[in-house]
Ligand binder design. Structure first.
Ligand code: TPP
Ligand code: MG
Length: 321
């Protein structure tokens, strides 16, 4: 498969930004300065980036409680996200949304979502808009293996098929819903669920950017061509707890160390592109350095930014038409 150099560079930068953003949040959250809950996407980077590499600003995505990676992959500004997570007035939602409600409608990022299974029905609405407006857009819902059991998700698969919507359902299967293994909680298979609605099904290894890119490309092309929805089942792993502060007593000893050593999508990407000289080490190192600076600057700016004022409270509660 041929992928243009600028897409490769952009995708690596995006994955590296997500990784550094999350690793830094892990450290900062422990200081107690960040309000609310934080769910890290670390380890799952290739999924959001491999999917969003096929999308433009006209396309829409709905995310989950684990949404930072989807936001970054869709192009949301990192400094605005960091400020949002710190609850500052300079945040993308003016500090009133926090980690689980980051949205930027100008980029088609419809929002992270604290409601498990909240994204799939949202993208049915977005996909219906794309279809009626004939803007050639596709709507993508990211949702977890846990969310795949929600009635809202199953209803959305049905509705999207019945209305032949330009929608893609990306099931990010990290093997756990909170502390419950999907081997215990998910009956049957995602493939069978797609088949139950007559929906085309694609599957890939989420630790391999190229596998995600290829499978997502097919699923999105199918939907964009007016053929109706598709499901993409991505097998991946989260490296941190369900939320920051989770002691992860339900995970085997050495499970995460093995993931970091042997299944790191960033390491895999570097190996693949340098082995066949698609990209060289020095351009990747340059991206790493620039991302490090960007994250550092975002944290410094977020900490220095003002909190929302009481008069901000009712702003943006209702849309003004
Ligand atoms: C409707 C609803 N039910 C339950 C919860 C509590 N909850 C938050 S995250 C989560 C697990 C979700 O698992 P999964 O969909 O696999 O996503 P992951 O956390 O693994 O990314 C649950 C049960 C919720 N937020 N919303
Ligand atoms: Mg899960």
């Amino acid at each position: 498969m041929q992928i243009a150099r600028d897409i490769l560079l952009r995708s690596y930068r995006s994955m590296r930004t997500i990784r550094d953003f999350e690793e830094r949040l892990h450290v900062e959250f422990a200081t107690g300065e960040i309000p609310g809950f934080v769910h890290l996407y670390c380890g799952e980077e290739a999924s959001g980036v491999g999917v969003c590499a096929h999308l433009s600003d006209v396309d829409t995505i709905a995310s989950t409680h684990r949404g930072h990676g989807h936001c970054i992959a869709k192009g949301v500004a990192v400094d605005g996200m960091m400020a949002e997570i710190y609850g500052r007035r300079t945040g993308v939602c003016r500090g009133k949304g926090g980690s689980m409600h980051i949205a930027d409608l100008s980029l088609g990022m419809l929002g992270a979502n604290g409601i498990v299974g909240g994204g799939p029905p949202l993208i049915c609405g977005a996909a219906l808009s794309h279809k009626l407006l004939k803007d050639n857009g596709v709507a993508v819902a990211f949702y977890g293996d846990g969310a795949s059991n929600e009635g809202t998700t199953l209803e959305s698969l049905n509705l999207a098929m019945v209305w032949k919507l330009p929608a893609v359902f990306v099931c990010e299967d990290n093997g756990y819903g909170e502390a419950t293994a999907s081997s215990y909680a998910v009956a049957g298979t995602q493939k069978a669920r797609a088949a139950g609605f007559g929906m085309p099904y694609f599957e890939c290894d989420g630790n391999d950017f190229f596998a995600v890119y290829e499978a997502a490309g097919e699923a999105i092309a199918h939907a964009r061509a007016g053929n109706g929805p598709a499901m993409l089942h991505v097998h991946l792993s989260r490296w941190y707890g369900h939320f920051e502060g989770d002691a992860m007593s339900y995970r085997a000893n050495g499970e995460v160390a093995e993931l970091r050593n042997d299944h790191d999508c960033l390491k895999n990407f570097r190996k693949s592109v340098t082995e066949i000289s698609l990209l060289d080490e020095s351009s990747l190192d340059g991206i790493d350095a620039s991302v490090r600076d960007e994250i550092e600057a975002a944290v410094v700016a977020a900490k220095a930014a003002p909190l929302p004022e009481p008069e901000d409270l009712l702003a943006d509660v209702y849309v003004s038409y």
